[in-house]
Design a binder for this molecule. Structure first.
Ligand code: PEP
Ligand code: MG
Length: 761
């Protein structure tokens, strides 16, 4: 199988063979092998094609351990028996340094460690590369020869390209020890999960693929990929030219963009990427590979100026990738979706969801999800049933599978039987009847049995077209999440575009009030075009008002658009994530300044301007006396307030239902805030997800709240709860419970609702 290797001969790998390896790898990746078989075939293939005596793959395990998981050439009995610590032996050295290594005479190398079980005594030369993906070390790929050999740089490049493919496969998490690999279930089955948005759906599966990593690693048609690359570079060039022409930048800022232009046209850079594509990589993967190489080289330099430029290179690479993936994103939007689609994903951000034709999505299955995750909030506004907590979705479901979803019961039926389908359609009919009941209440006021009027508002942000036919009435928009329309645009919308968006929202709300919240980006709300810092705790990091106060132009543009959009009518502006009074004052002053400037420009101002705050950071609860002198209204964001009060990440599925907003500690805080607001004459409402759940909404009314803002889909159910409750009775009950019971009140309140005929769905 292998040709003879000449002593001291420079090891040659021509480009044709690299292409062939890629082709063979592509064939292997689509064939139906177990992960272990596939890895065995890959190392054998590499050994054969590179004409070496051994090829081995080590996989990184927890505890800084590398495990030999496949080999061709070493003793197979050593597989799963040979372990090396990070830094131990040549393999450990490659992993520790995260750099390729070529060693002509391994035995003479100071780091060499002999592992007898591998029977590698007769091997002399070694070349290896780390397997890295998303900056994480996944393993090491190494080749060895029995005779002394000088491996070429070309061979290292080939190994690096192969390691990219391996990295992709390893990241699927499939190469676990045999006993821990769950057999992929097949045929008809019932899978239990957690229903986050109740409802029923039957449809065909579409598996959502993330675009953060190259959408596709290998490509058949290199010429097509090169054309894609050149087109993307061209688009970036146009984009940079546009930025240079339209923004007022200082000299040093425009220098950066001028450097981008030089880079985009740099023949050496383009040639490297083209060469990588010719080896069989997709344009996307080639840009990432070369980008990583350039930044890795720059990291080794000591010159601080060059180090600072790493960021620029990463930004530039990011821009090229974004343009390359725009095709993929567009393809996702255009992807032929069944009319009844069940979208299946490991996890998903709100922006990714919005790439799809939402009208066709009838249900969603997520591996990871939680009640107050933004993607779930967006889904709820469209009333799409959603189930989360189903492990290994990629192994269970395939595109086109028939699935019945019972998100009310928390079950998914793969290839459902006729009986299951019948039962589900009965349930669907019941849900339809319930909806009809809510719709019939459309024109009735949300008044409790003892005559207290509750203002029911809706949370919005997506195109109102989606909500126009929700069939429920509302008093106003209590929370307009402005970041949602930002997620739908390719670039940061300018004042004119924003004005049009807000004007449309005001028009659609007719004469009802709309509370515009300034941008709350960061945390899990990511804008595709917005440079994002890597932060350990993004929810508690540089997000929301912290970011917009620092990027004042961004805030001012948005405030200016609010003022223009609301010219001649009432404007309500709310600032998110306020943590101290000074922050609110600063934001408020920015708005007042913007108003002055608008007036100076002769622009028509709104009839009135009310400025309020979100209360979602616990520190604000202890500054209410000062705060309430400054604000026109308060809206409690219970989603964030909960996560910060209980120190429990709202997007973490492992802990999301560990704490409950109906725990006395939380209810007492809500009551304190509302009582103080009432005393100060400042309107106070709740706009977190709890306001849209009938039992919680009932409780909030019992605590004294007169205004709630929720997902449009919840308006009917909450109105039914409000209309069937007696506020004073519940108030007295809550007063008793809050002073005596320290445990979760959910069950107590549920029984109260049942005993008192409160309709909680
Ligand atoms: C909240 O935190 O409760 C809230 C309404 O804001 P968001 O969910 O957008 O963070
Ligand atoms: Mg919030």
């Amino acid at each position: 199988m292998m040709g003879p290797i000449m002593e001291n001969e420079e090891h040659k790998t021509d480009r044709i063979s690299v292409r062939q390896i890629m082709k063979d790898l592509r064939a292997l990746s689509v064939r139906d092998f177990s992960p272990e078989e596939r890895l065995d075939k890959i190392v054998a293939l590499v050994a054969e094609k590179l004409k070496v005596d051994a090829c081995s793959c080590y996989i990184a395990r927890p505890g800084d351990i590398l495990e030999l998981c496949a080999t061709w050439g070493l003793d197979k009995k050593a597989v799963h028996e040979t372990f090396l610590r990070l830094g131990e032996g040549l393999i450990g050295e490659i992993a520790l340094q995260r750099k390729p290594l070529i060693v002509e005479d391994a035995w003479a190398h100071s780091s060499f460690v002999y592992k007898p079980e591998t029977k590698e005594k007769s091997f002399k030369s070694l070349a290896g590369v780390p397997i890295i993906r998303s900056n994480k070390l996944l393993g090491v790929l190494a080749v060895q020869t029995k005779k002394i050999q000088s491996f070429s740089q070309d061979l290292i490049e080939v190994l690096e390209t192969i390691s990219l493919v391996l990295g992709e496969m390893l990241s699927w998490g499939l190469f676990k020890k045999k006993e821990t690999v769950a057999a992929p279930p097949s045929g008809r089955q019932k899978i239990e999960g957690t229903g986050l948005i109740s409802g029923f759906a039957i449809g065909r599966v579409i598996i959502h693929k993330r675009l953060e990593q190259p959408a596709q690693l290998l490509a058949k048609d290199s010429q097509k990929e090169i054309q894609k690359l050149l087109k993307a570079l061209d688009r970036v060039e146009q984009e940079v030219n546009r930025i240079l022409a339209t923004s007022h930048m200082s000299g040093s800022q425009s220098d950066i963009f001028e450097t981008y232009l030089m880079f985009i046209k740099d023949k050496g850079w383009i040639a490297k990427m083209t060469k990588a594509i010719e080896t069989g990589l997709s344009a996307d993967a080639a840009v990432q590979k070369i980008g990583d190489e350039v930044t890795a080289r720059m990291e080794l330099m000591t010159d601080p100026y060059i180090k600072e430029r790493i960021h620029d290179v990463q930004d530039l690479v990011g821009r090229v990738m974004r343009h390359l993936r725009r095709g993929a994103k567009e393809a996702r939007a255009k992807k032929k979706m069944p009319r009844q689609t069940i979208l299946v994903a490991k996890s998903m951000g709100p922006a990714e969801l919005l790439d799809y034709d939402l009208k066709k999505i009838k249900g969603i299955i997520l591996e990871e999800g939680s009640q107050t995750m933004h993607m779930v909030i967006v889904t709820r506004s469209m009333n799409i049933p959603l189930i989360c907590g189903i492990k290994n979705v990629a192994q269970i479901f395939s595109d086109g599978d028939l699935v019945a979803l019972d998100a009310t019961g928390g079950n998914v039926y793969l290839n459902p039987s006729d009986d299951t389908l019948d039962a589900l359609s009965d349930q669907t009919n019941r849900a339809r009847r319930l909806r009809a009941k809510y719709t019939a209440m459309r024109d009735l006021p949300a008044v409790t049995e003892d005559g207290i009027k509750i203002s029911l508002n809706m949370n919005a942000g997506l195109s109102h077209d989606l909500m126009a036919d929700s069939g429920f009435s509302y008093d106003g928009i209590g929370l307009y999440r402005t970041e949602l329309p930002f997620m739908l645009t390719e670039n940061l919308p300018n004042v004119k575009t924003q004005t049009a968006i807000y004007k449309r929202a005001l028009m659609q709300a007719k004469d009802k009030p709309v509370i515009f919240r300034t941008l709350d980006i960061g945390s899990d709300k990511v804008l595709p075009y917005f440079e994002r810092q890597t932060e350990e705790n993004p929810a508690m990091g540089w997000r929301s008002i912290r970011m917009t106060l620092d990027r004042r132009a961004l805030l001012r543009n948005q405030l200016s658009a609010f003022l223009k959009a609301a010219a001649g009518r009432d404007l309500y502006v709310m600032f998110p994530m306020i943590s101290c009074v000074r922050e609110f004052q600063e934001a408020k002053n920015t708005l007042l300044m913007e108003m002055e400037q608008e007036a100076e420009r002769g622009g028509k101002l709104p009839k009135s301007v009310k400025i309020g705050t979100m209360l979602e950071v616990p520190s604000l609860v202890f500054q209410l006396d000062e705060l309430l002198k400054e604000v026109d209204f308060v809206s409690i964001g219970t989603n964030d307030l909960m996560q910060f009060m209980f120190a429990a990440d709202r997007g973490n599925p492992t802990i999301w239902n560990r704490y409950d907003p109906l725990m006395p500690a939380f209810l007492k805080v809500l009551k304190t805030v509302n009582d103080k607001c009432l005393k100060a004459g400042v309107p106070c409402s709740v706009c977190g997800e709890m306001a849209g759940r009938p039992l919680e909404a009932m409780t909030l009314v019992g605590l004294g709240f007169r205004s709630l803002s929720m997902n449009p889909a919840s308006l009917g159910a909450v109105k039914a709860a409000v209309r069937s409750m007696h506020r004073a009775e519940l108030e007295a009950y809550l007063k008793r419970q809050l002073s005596t019971v320290s445990e979760n009140l959910r069950e107590y309140l549920r029984l109260f609702a049942v005993d008192h005929g409160v309709f909680i769905g």
